[in-house]
Design a binder for this molecule. Structure first.
Ligand code: PTJ
Length: 255
């Protein structure tokens, strides 16, 4: 499976999946990712396996609506957790740049040490500014019942659109109560976050982020009317239903 240098053989049938795991384990060992992040990835992997580890047409449609929403926003923010920092640091920085969004470290398993590590990691990958690490700007969103309630006044607290990839629990519902629009990337179309978000991209973050970067390059040349048409024409409930059906059909085929 691995050669003497510890590299995954390209001939292994699950080579790509093993490489992604490797990135996450490296992130865990360097302190970016929590142990729970490895378990969360496993849950995602199970859904990815069923959808065939490929970006579906439904995900592409959602990604286009998501990028349009970010481009139309006045104060877009991309929230970064440990898994996202370990898996797609370069792409998340590039996307923020293309859509004019701020990057904010926001953790479910809060830790100042990890916040700083993630900030440094994002800077190493080209980020000029990373919010969520300077105590001076901390504030609380009381509606959130986890460590994620600690946010940056210049970032999530003031945002009108927030991208929350690989999300847990109650935050999406709380952000929506505060009249913010929420975009998420989640391989589980049945999760609370997937259902509560305005736009849910049901895809692996390792494919969704590069896809969004490509879309952002194209859509940043569009006028606002065309971007509005894209967001208005997107129905998240319908898209999620289509993804759930695709998963059911995938499972039925294996019987
Ligand atoms: O770094 P922290 O402290 O902020 O913690 C991050 C994790 C991911 C541990 C935390 O947010 C968490 O516990 O998340 P959950 O509740 O396990 O939810 C994560 C969701 O992301 C699940 O619905 C998974 O199916 C999904 N998921 C996991 N890996 C991927 C994924 N979706 C897309 N791409 C993935 N690679």
């Amino acid at each position: 499976m691995r050669d003497l240098m510890g590299k995954v053989s390209p001939l292994h049938p699950r080579a790509e999946s093993l490489r992604i795991r490797g990135r996450l384990v490296k992130g865990f060992r360097s302190g970016l990712v929590v142990a729970e992040g490895l378990a969360a990835h496993g849950r995602g992997e199970a859904f990815d396996y069923i959808i065939g580890e490929k970006t579906t047409e439904h995900a592409k449609k959602a990604a286009e609506a998501a990028v349009a929403m970010l481009l139309l926003a006045k104060r877009p923010v991309i929230s970064v957790n440990g898994n996202v920092a370990a898996l797609v640091p370069k792409e998340v920085v590039r996307l923020a740049d293309l859509v004019g969004a701020k990057l904010e470290v926001n953790l479910f398993h809060g830790s100042v040490e990890r916040e700083v590590k993630i900030e440094k990691h994002l800077r190493k990958h080209g980020a000029k500014e990373v919010l969520g690490v300077d105590r001076k700007f901390f504030t609380r969103i009381d509606e959130i019942h986890s460590d994620r309630r600690k946010v940056d006044k210049r970032g999530i607290a003031a945002a009108d659109v927030v991208l929350v990839p690989l999300e847990d629990g109650d935050r999406t519902e709380a952000l929506k109560k505060l009249c913010k629009k929420v975009v998420t990337i989640d391989l589980n179309p049945m999760s609370r976050t997937a259902r509560a978000a305005n736009v849910t991209i049901v895809d692996n973050v390792v494919r969704a982020l590069p896809l969004m970067v490509g879309i952002a390059k194209k859509l940043s040349r569009w006028d606002p009317a065309k971007l509005h048409k894209t967001t208005c024409g997107f129905d998240n409930t319908k898209n999620l239903k289509a993804m759930t059906e695709l998963i059911s059909k995938g499972l039925a085929k294996t019987r």
